[in-house]
Design a protein around this ligand. Structure first.
Ligand code: HEM
Length: 419
């Protein structure tokens, strides 16, 4: 079964003059109607200039190999917050919160090095036991024979518990992390309480106070293997509290990075298996396929829709000249559906020969720090589900998708485990 293609969207995608196509419109992702627009761009104008996008003029890079070439060329394409950062929308300077994802070398490399031990193989092995135990507990608490929200009961709860562990954050207060993560990522036009950048700041100031207290406590104690302690003792990061914007930026990077993306992959995995029931049957017959299914989930879901760069010099990409100062969006969601790079890219296939061939974690110096941790959480979730040998977990209604062109988020997914 192929993913549903909205008939009006297909018509619109091909009827619109190509220079009028604006794939930065968050409605395309909220309504899940983005596919035909990118299909057309990949075929007809793979490096596409949009003059009047809702977030200004920008280039779209839509093919797998061109995205790789931009993502791995940090000399020509900057992530620096002062240049505009990593998302298409330009924030006023006052509201920019630099973090190492929105920095170029050498500062990026120094700060990244400080936190990367959290996902070193030895630490992941230690975390695996805790994750398995918690996953089992959450699954055993789920109702049978009645509809419940998979996002809240499973995806959010599991990723929030993990995040609390990574930060050594007070466990009972962990939903604060979920709340701040949602606040940090909300689009101001989405109709949530975050209707302006000033409102976002007002709420996140409370998060800053909370984290600052934890930070000062940890700074006084000997170093420990949690993210706050690592940052508080790290040579490149110990003075972060004296730069509140950057302090906030780095804390929120780790909160959002470790939260929404994995959460949406957990929800996406269930959606995918329901849309492709033959794959579900294959998986139940051969649970060892979990290993190749997880990277396929992450490709199919593509939790990060785009990352932006700003050109530091005139650069040719697939025959087009990108001028110094231009904004460039790398649409991972499109590269992961590029039929020249991936066979049957629209389909969810749990036993692909090269399942890790996808763009969801990016490439180059900013490639996701948490990729192995995310895969491990998802693998344990599905191993534990399969151990319980439930019949199919049924999706009972359409997913509720979020108004965003950055995160491909699912905010609710009604499901039922047959009694
Ligand atoms: C960077 C995706 C899970 C922490 C990134 C980038 C992407 C991404 C696309 C930017 C890559 C680029 O610009 O080239 C994902 C996806 C995940 C996931 C799809 C889950 C399925 C996690 C987790 C953590 C995390 C669990 C936390 C432990 C980070 C950090 C960065 C990052 C800190 C910045 C790296 C840098 O700038 O050097 N991630 N991520 N991510 N991710 Fe993830």
């Amino acid at each position: 079964m192929n993913a549903p293609v909205h008939v009006d969207a297909r018509h619109d995608a091909y009827a619109t003059a190509i220079d009028q196509i604006d794939v930065s419109n968050p409605h395309l992702y909220q309504d899940d109607t983005w596919r035909p627009y990118f299909e057309r761009l990949r075929r007809e104008d793979p490096v596409h200039w949009c003059e009047k996008g809702i977030y200004g003029s920008y280039w779209s890079v839509t093919r797998y190999r061109d995205i790789m070439s931009v993502d791995t060329n940090h000399q020509a394409f900057s992530s620096d917050a002062l240049m505009g950062g990593i998302v298409l929308r330009d924030l006023p300077m006052d509201f920019r919160r630099p973090s190492f994802i929105s920095m170029d070398p050498p500062k990026h490399d120094e700060q990244r090095k400080t936190v990367s031990p959290i996902v070193a193989p030895g630490n992941l092995a230690k975390l695996a036991h805790t994750i398995r135990e918690r996953t089992g507990r959450i699954l055993d608490s789920l109702p049978r024979g009645e509809t419940f929200d998979w996002v809240d009961r499973v995806s959010v709860e599991l990723t929030t518990q993990m995040l609390a562990t990574l930060f050594d954050f007070p466990f009972e207060e962990r939903r604060k992390l979920t709340y701040w993560s949602n606040i940090a990522t909300a689009n101001t036009r989405a109709g949530t309480e975050v209707d302006s950048e000033a409102k976002r700041n007002q709420i996140l100031d409370k998060a800053l106070e909370y984290f600052a207290a934890l930070w000062h406590e940890r700074a006084k104690q000997p170093p420990r293997p949690d993210l706050i302690s690592m940052l508080a003792h790290g040579e490149a990061t110990r003075d972060l509290p004296s730069r509140p914007h950057e302090f906030m930026g780095n804390i929120m990077l780790l909160v959002v990075g470790g939260n929404d993306t994995t959460r949406n992959s957990m929800s996406g995995s269930l959606l995918a298996l329901n849309q492709y029931p033959d794959e579900y049957r294959k998986l139940r017959a051969n649970p060892a396929l979990v290993t190749s299914m997880i990277p396929e989930v992450i490709r199919w879901q593509t939790p990060v829709i785009h990352m932006r760069r700003t050109a530091l010099e005139d650069t040719r990409v697939a025959g087009k000249t990108i001028r110094k100062g231009d904004k460039v969006a790398m649409w991972y969601i499109s590269g992961n559906r590029d039929e020249d790079a991936i066979e049957r890219p629209e389909d969810f296939v749990i036993d692909r020969a090269r399942p890790r061939q996808h763009l969801s974690f990016g490439f180059g110096i900013h490639r996701c720090v948490g990729n192995r941790l995310a895969e491990m959480q998802l693998t344990i979730l599905w191993e534990e589900i399969l151990q319980r040998d439930w019949p199919m977990i049924e999706v009972m209604g359409p997913p509720v998708r979020v108004y965003s062109n950055i995160l491909r988020s699912i905010s609710a997914l009604p499901v039922r485990i047959p009694a």
